[in-house]
Design a protein. Sequence first.
Length: 309
Amino acid sequence: MGQHGGPVNTAIHPESPLAPARQLFRSALISTAGHCKIACGFCFRADRAHGFLDISTYTRTLSRLKEIGAEAICLTGGEPTHHPELRQLVRLAHQFGIPVSIVTSARDPDDVDRLADVGRLLANVTVSADSAGAMELGRTTRSVASAVVTLERIPTPEKVLHLTYWKLTADECQDVYERVDASGVQIQLSPVALDDTTRQRVGCTFYEYLAQHREDAALLSRYFQFTSRFQKHLTTLRGMHLYPERRSSCVSAALYVSANGEIRRCPYGKSGVSVHAPRAEISRFLHAGPRDRTTPECAAICRADDTCE
């Protein structure tokens, strides 16, 4: 989960019960809906429920995030462009002085139009795409070509193509490189994250899965220069798969807020606190020690933005 935008001025009284959390959390990922019509087979979405984030809950969320010193938010889904009041979500963030970004899979012309309408108000837009192997695996149609078309429509200063990859070929890597180079967008890479059930469904053993990860990364490295942080991310992911008992506690500087207004330390966390709870209760939750262990799924969300050059 990226941390977009620079520091913003926050007028927090030193005796505010939420003020100390300013040192702990820098950003928040906010779910705009618990459902999604796109329904990717390997979706990282933490919540599965009907309904959209309502404006009153969202406003309360922004107020609490402002009080703890959050410097940026990122709207995710479900699919953010499906929210009936997307422009209001973006404008409210600006009223609180919080830079806002969006992660989207928008391809439908109406969805792209809604995204373009708020494009100039966004600090960053990330459009998700899948490699050919990932599209087959997840039963998606989020191609790189269509992602670039969406990105070209959005008048946002910082644009990122996020590619989820699986079973790449040299020709496909060359095509991705040429499209990214021609469009001038940034690229962020993520290997497909498959749990035991999905691996069994596709007939892939644990060691075949890790071997494919290494093969794909080696192929991509011929076309893109990996940053040290992304190389570390890949090493950490492999370690989580090989030694699950060694998984560390969550230390992310980003919070997650569900579409019903529950603040969590991790999108997949089992504990949380409502944004409608008293400030003291929220403060206790934020200052309590982390209870969640980092998993490959949440590591794919809460990760560094800079992937490759």
